[in-house]
Design a binder for this molecule. Structure first.
Ligand SMILES: O=P(O)(O)OC[C@@H](O)[C@@H](O)c1c[nH]c2ccccc12
Length: 261
């Protein structure tokens, strides 16, 4: 069984648990626009991630002070903060999401494996302005239903793809913010060339923004994915492990130069 399948199987239990709770949710925390934060910028924008652990890397920084980390990201110029809320595999929580959302004034992304509307309700109730939908994890109809639901709640949606075929499915939805995961969620292999391959399919859709996700470590990587056509990068481990978050963010915020083919 792939790791993605293991995570999704576990998530079914989590969804049942959330539904059982029948909590009253308030949707009153402010919303910030991710699209506005990413479109038409001169420098590569950064979605900085709070990631305590991951199935591929194990513990990254289990006891991080999420509020402090988020405030450093915001002060250093991050466009958005991504917070993992999956507990079994990433050691995150909705509590982390809420604490971060209440501490900053930029969009916050609820990073999870969403299968059900209730997870979108919880994301919004805990301050997310953005949710992630992973094309590889959802059948077309479910993907469309969840996309529509989140859209109706005025949330932005980062639609994650890993192949040209998945990109076509995202495009067919009318997705405006597309995440290209350089890491294969089935075997954890990372290759920044995924951004290049998929960005080629995308090059005519100028009202879409591309986010290159995973495995970005240094200025060279940032320049490379920027040249491929990314407007933004989503960075976890490199920032979590850095002693100087501000310097790390600045080294990644390169000037955008699109490669002419
Ligand atoms: O730590 P990295 O290699 O910088 O990766 C960040 C982010 O892209 C990664 O956490 C991620 C991308 N898509 C996901 C989907 C679910 C969980 C996690 C992810």
């Amino acid at each position: 069984m792939t790791i993605l399948q293991q995570i999704l199987d576990e998530k079914v239990n989590k969804v049942a648990e959330l539904k059982m709770k029948k909590a009253t949710l308030n949707f009153d925390l402010p919303l910030y626009s991710l699209y506005d934060a990413l479109i038409q910028k001169d420098t590569l924008q950064i979605i900085a991630e709070i990631k305590r652990a991951s199935p591929s890397k194990g513990i990254i920084k289990a006891n991080v002070d999420v509020v402090k980390q988020a405030q450093q990201y915001e002060a250093a110029g991050a466009a958005c903060i991504s917070v993992l809320t999956d507990e079994p595999f990433f050691k995150g929580s909705y509590e982390d999401l809420r604490k971060v959302a209440q501490a900053v004034s930029i969009p916050v992304l609820c990073k999870d494996f969403i299968l059900d509307e209730i997870q979108i309700d919880y994301a919004r109730a805990n301050g997310a302005s953005v949710i992630l939908l992973i094309v590889a994890a959802l059948e077309s109809e479910r993907l469309r239903e969840l996309y529509t639901y989140a859209n109706q709640m005025n949330l932005a949606i980062l639609v994650e793809v890993h192949s040209v075929e998945e990109y076509e499915r995202a495009h067919a939805l009318g997705a405006k913010i597309i995440g290209i995961n350089n890491r294969n969620l089935k075997n954890f292999e990372v290759d920044l060339k995924h951004t290049q391959t998929i960005a080629k399919a995308f090059s005519n859709n100028t009202d879409q923004v591309l986010v290159s996700e995973s495995g970005i470590k240094n200025t060279e990587d940032a320049k490379m994915v920027s040249a491929y056509g990314a407007s933004a990068i989503l960075v976890g481990e490199t920032l979590m492990k850095s002693e100087n978050v501000e310097a790390a963010l600045q080294m990644l915020a390169v000037k955008k130069v699109r490669e002419v083919e």
